[in-house]
Design a protein around this ligand. Structure first.
Ligand code: NDP
Length: 453
């Protein structure tokens, strides 16, 4: 490792203790950027990397609310405004009990590069809370969202910071958050994306992350003159990203075999077709049930519960050709990655953010499989959020076909940009390095142009 990069990494770890996910995300990016820094000493002179690692602003606030029993509950709210060199802060809100400062900083850091790759004018941010929507009534979720927005509203705005959804934040939560923002500020603006279609949302936004990940996989396969038709695919998660990943795989002639949630996974050798996916959508989005119910409903499918303390996840040991991790960070470790390669998988597109550990990424790179990292492969979601912002500014809505065509074009461009950057900097075919480099250059140049701020 280049000496200045290794010193920066040690300083970052010392300065941000207890934030392993943030260290991991920074390390992956820094390792890729060594050839860029060698060719461009101006970035090092201006301490661009040090500045990119340090958030422009971190907000941490109390979120008090009352549950259905009348008891007072207190959660913690966050917003990380990471980088605004190329546009307003943009990135989702995550509601999950595991949320902490380090996880949100990793997500905000990744978001800066991802948003840059989309070619749209969006800076990077991320936020959320350790609130767990699971098992809460709609009224409790609403009261929490209203309290959360009461503080957040002071810091965001359509030209400042535009949050969206992420784990635990879907259409229902965005609705409650938007309602409270509008009430507090007395203005109807595009301050959040992922809104309902009747009140400023964009067609294809719910589908965008999953569809985009599959478009990205199709582009990678095309470099080997292959398509998704007839390919078997392992998918994890069963939320927004996983559902639309399965939908697009099926539309392109592939067969999705698995889905999961935090309690376990199902394997269906018959494939999760349209009818079965409709069952999952009803189960997860309306009934808010568990994926185990799938196996009870469809004969031939098998449910395997999570085994506490297991060294690997058996979902990744099934034979298949493609894999789409769409649940959460670090869900594929080194052993899982080795099992995937052993099981015949040669194309992986990350729908979730940083779902593969650094060890796992190295297994994929060493095996020379097609590996699309999250920053590139799941950028479709934020890309369509950017398109939602454009439509809001114009007070005009594009058709489903228009948005889908723009999304497809953006995913093709991201794939090309990552591939070209990897080639230019001497690591051909390495999409990890390519995405980091291409995302970095645009932000770094903008920061140079804007002086020391
Ligand atoms: P959802 O809340 O809709 O779904 C999350 C899914 O992942 C659920 O099935 C959930 O299971 C599972 N999951 C969450 N945490 C864990 C865990 N610790 N272990 C195992 N499974 C878990 O979220 P999304 O689909 O929106 O997000 C999934 C991933 O995609 C995240 O990494 C997110 O950051 C990323 N992403 C999302 C975008 C979007 O547009 N929504 C955009 C880009 C990236 P359970 O219900 O049991 O918790």
């Amino acid at each position: 490792m280049n000496a200045s990069i290794s010193s920066l990494l040690s300083r970052t770890k010392a300065k941000n203790p207890g934030e392993p996910e943030f260290h991991q995300a920074v390390e992956e990016v820094l390792l890729s950027l060594a050839p860029v820094l060698e060719r461009h000493p101006e970035y090092e002179r201006a301490k661009i990397l040090e500045r990119m690692i340090e958030p422009e602003r971190v907000l941490l606030f109390r979120v008090p609310w009352t549950d259905d029993q009348g008891e007072v509950q207190v959660n913690r709210g966050f917003r990380i405004e990471m980088n605004s060199a190329i546009g307003p802060y943009k990135g989702g809100l995550r509601f999950h009990p595991s949320v902490n400062l380090g996880i949100l900083k990793f997500l905000a850091f990744e978001q800066v590069f991802k948003n840059s790759l989309t070619t749209l004018p969006m800076g990077g941010g991320k936020g959320g809370s350790d609130f767990d929507p699971k098992g809460k009534s709609d009224a409790e979720v609403m009261r929490f969202c209203q309290s959360f927005m009461t503080e957040l509203a002071r810091h965001i705005g359509p030209n400042t910071d535009v949050p969206a959804g992420d784990i635990g934040v879907g259409g229902r939560e965005i609705g409650f958050l938007f309602g409270q923002y509008k009430r507090l500020r007395n203005e109807f603006t595009g301050v959040l994306t992922g809104k309902g279609l009747n009140w400023g949302g964009s067609l294809i936004r719910p589908e965008a992350t999953g569809y985009g990940a599959v478009y990205f996989a199709a582009e990678m396969l095309a470099t080997r003159k292959e398509t998704l038709a007839g390919k078997t695919c392992l998918v994890s998660g069963s939320g927004n990203v996983a559902q639309y990943t399965v939908e697009k795989i099926t539309q392109l002639g592939g067969k999705a075999l698995t889905l999961s949630d935090s309690a376990g996974y199902i394997h269906d050798p018959a494939g999760i077709d349209r009818e079965r996916l409709a069952f999952v959508m009803e189960l997860k989005n309306k009934k808010r049930g568990r994926i185990a119910d799938y196996a009870a409903r469809f004969q031939g499918s098998v449910y395997t519960p999570v085994q506490a303390g297991a060294k690997s996840n058996p979902l990744w040991s099934h034979k298949a050709q493609c894999a789409f991790p769409c649940a959460t960070q670090n869900e594929i470790n080194e052993l899982d990655a080795a099992n995937l390669v052993k099981g015949g998988v040669y194309a992986v597109a990350e729908g979730a953010n940083m779902p593969t550990t650094l060890g796992g990424v190295n297994v994929f790179l060493d095996a020379k499989i097609l590996f699309g990292p999250a920053k590139a492969a799941n950028a479709g979601g934020v890309a369509v959020s950017g398109l939602e912002m454009s439509q809001n500014s114009q007070r005009y809505a594009w058709s489903r076909e228009e948005v889908d065509a723009k999304l497809h074009g953006i995913m093709k461009n991201i794939h090309r940009a990552a591939l070209d950057a990897a080639e230019r900097f001497g690591v051909p075919g390495n999409y990890v390095a390519g995405a980091n480099i291409a995302g970095f250059l645009k932000v770094a140049d903008a920061m140079l142009d804007q002086g020391l701020v």
